[in-house]
Write a protein that binds this ligand. Structure first.
Ligand SMILES: O=P(O)(O)OC[C@H]1O[C@H](O)[C@H](O)[C@@H](O)[C@@H]1O
Length: 613
């Protein structure tokens, strides 16, 4: 009974918050004491106010918020389920935290519960205190944002409780992009409480609707693997010490001191200003351009109304701009073929000059020119390299490992730069570019085929929106110098990029429960597969190992190449093959198959099918 009434009180309480927030923001529009602050008052004033909320109002509130249920677990009134350290550590996904946040998918129990999230946020606060060591009179400030996922609000509430309970001031931004969250650690603007000491983005990128996760930032960038492990270890300890009283206390404090601001307006104004500046301080440098945006129902819809339109572009025909955490139209992922088809169709149907597509949290992007040619994967890297090398002749372009040989030739022979093909993983690529600069090798661009890209001029922040701003600058300056409109200026920049006749990625799964692993880890097993493949290819005169390679086994032959490597996160060996023809690709596939077939725990069915044509 206590638990049930606790839940009801919590629902009512939050519904009241929403109601107050709506009132406050309406008032804010009228009064506008400072430009961006929407709400810096406590949400709840007292218990007596909760009880006059009717069931109808609760329904209205939940409808208003697109059916999202707020704080549906009232931690103060429920028993605390035990979660061991191992379960916390399993939430690590390289430099992010990812888990299942919504129940209902068979075989996928919720692992990122509200209490687990609260503990992780408290652990981030402790980690930040250690790093920043603020003077005792100053409290640390942390911003929180989320993408369009259906579990966003309840995790935001849990994160807020965790941070506030740990003595940190919290500023909620609501729907935001991952890069905007990092940016809030750099912005100098007291009106929006910036710069913040740390920032948390609630996102699981393009993963299915039931997942969610956390990314953490300080002004030094995104936290890396080692820090995430540290935070999860701390979180497991914090969780063990949770008591009903401590949870109630955090909840009370969160209700009293969380602030809300419209930070996305600040962030998007900066993007608009960047394009205007590059165009020679013209107010509407994109006047006459028709640009369509596909946000895939993620968080990127702002780009049409808050960036392109103020710059003068027409955005009619833009699609899937409304946030919808069920992603009903296509996976919000520029690496996804259906997603790229959708934006290409939108460009052609609307006879637009350019199409722009983002992933859910806008740290990745791709584009399409007016004739329907995609600027994604190697072509986006080639385009960005051309732009950056015009600005910084000779600079080094750092990319992930699955980039094509044609891209290397293009960067080195046509553009006069150096291509440093490194490892997969946006954080790996960015960190490598920063490292090169620190040892005296100039690099201005770190970019992955996934659509993650970061520039030195933009604090090495991997921002899909900023990548697109660089393309807009090019369009605007071409128009200003009389070169005409349209996206031809971009298409011309990638002229000469050799593209393979055939390209494929196959993902070979390692069965972690297979006896052939002999109780060892899938990583050890995967490494044994790679070692064997390397030995076999060394002995084959038709194949040549790549002279410089940073992960997996990359081999040239039959006019093409293959790379077999371990996935960053999954028990999978991704195999990339590129070749002039399908037959050549099959020859490369057969070479791999002859080596991997000796490993029974490896599911080679995709490769078997591929070589059989
Ligand atoms: O190694 P994989 O399983 O192919 O995954 C690699 C990819 O994982 C995530 O999506 C990261 O955000 C990317 O930066 C990375 O490239």
């Amino acid at each position: 009974m206590a638990a049930i009434s606790g839940k009801v009180v919590q629902h009512v309480l939050v519904a009241k918050c929403c109601q107050q927030d709506r009132q406050l923001s309406t008032q804010h529009q009228k009064n506008c004491c400072t430009p961006y602050r929407q709400n810096f008052l406590p949400y709840i004033r007292g218990k007596l106010e909760w009880i006059d909320i009717s069931t109808m109002q609760l329904r209205t509130s939940s409808k208003f918020n697109r059916g999202i249920v707020y704080c549906n677990a009232a931690p103060s009134a429920t028993a605390i389920p035990s979660v061991d350290k191992g379960a916390f550590l399993k939430l690590q996904n390289s430099s992010d935290i990812r888990g299942v946040a919504v129940d209902g998918v068979e075989g996928e129990p919720v692992s990122l519960t509200e209490l687990v999230t609260e503990a992780i946020a408290a652990a981030f606060a402790a980690w930040l205190e250690d790093r920043k060591k603020p003077d005792p009179s100053r409290r640390l400030k942390v911003s929180i944002g989320y993408d369009s996922r259906i579990s966003a609000q309840k995790l935001q509430d849990a994160v807020s409780r965790g941070l506030v309970g740990a003595g940190v001031d919290v500023i909620q931004y609501g729907l935001a992009s991952t890069p905007a969250m990092f940016n809030s650690t750099l912005t100098q603007n007291e009106d929006v409480f910036c710069p913040v000491d740390g920032s948390i983005m609630i996102t699981a990128s393009h993963l299915p609707f039931n997942r969610n996760g956390l990314k953490f930032f300080t002004d030094a960038g995104g936290l890396g693997k080692v820090d995430i492990k540290d935070i999860l270890e701390r979180a497991a300890d914090i969780y063990q010490n949770f008591t009903e009283e401590s949870l109630r206390d955090a909840e009370r404090k969160a209700a009293q001191c969380v602030k809300r601001v419209d930070y996305m307006t600040v962030y998007t104004s900066d993007l608009v200003a960047a394009v205007r500046k590059a165009a020679g301080n013209v107010e509407k440098p994109l006047e006459g351009f028709h640009i369509v945006v596909d946000a895939g129902n993620g968080a990127g819809g702002f780009f049409a109304g808050k960036v392109l339109e103020p710059l003068g572009a027409i955005t009619s025909g833009s699609q899937f701009l409304e946030p919808d955490g069920y992603f009903p139209n296509h996976i919000p992922n520029p690496e996804d073929k259906e997603a790229m088809k959708a934006i290409t169709r939108a460009v052609l149907d609307n006879e637009a000059d350019l199409g722009i597509i983002f992933d859910t949290d806008v740290d990745r992007s791709a584009a399409v020119d007016s004739s329907g040619h995609e600027f994604n994967r190697n072509r986006l890297i080639a385009l960005m390299s051309a732009i950056v090398l015009e600005e910084h002749p000779g600079t080094t372009i750092v990319t992930d490992s699955v980039t094509s040989d044609g891209l290397t030739t293009f960067i080195e022979k046509k553009l006069g730069g150096r291509h440093h093909r490194f490892k997969r993983g946006y954080k790996n690529v960015i960190d490598e570019a920063i490292r090169l600069n620190s040892v005296g090798e100039e690099s201005h661009l770190a970019i992955e085929t996934s659509g993650h890209g970061a520039l030195k001029e933009n604090h090495w922040l991997d921002d899909g929106a900023y990548l697109m701003v660089k393309l807009l600058n090019k369009l605007a300056s071409a128009k200003a110098s009389g070169l005409g409109g349209g996206s031809k200026v971009l298409t011309d920049l990638v002229e000469g990029l050799e593209e393979p006749g055939f390209a494929a990625e196959l993902r070979l799964k390692i069965d972690q429960n297979h006896a052939d692993l002999k109780g060892g880890s899938f990583r050890t097993y995967g490494e044994a597969v790679l070692q064997h493949l390397e030995n076999i290819t060394d002995a084959d005169p038709k194949l040549q190992k790549a002279p410089v390679n940073y992960e997996g086994v990359r081999v040239s032959g039959y006019g093409g190449w293959f790379l077999l490597r371990l996935s960053l996160h999954d028990p999978v060996l991704p195999l990339n093959i590129e070749a002039p023809t399908n037959e050549d690709a099959v020859k490369l596939g057969l070479a791999v198959l002859s080596a991997v077939k000796e490993f029974p725990a490896l599911d080679t069915s995709a490769l078997d099918k591929f070589v059989q044509g």
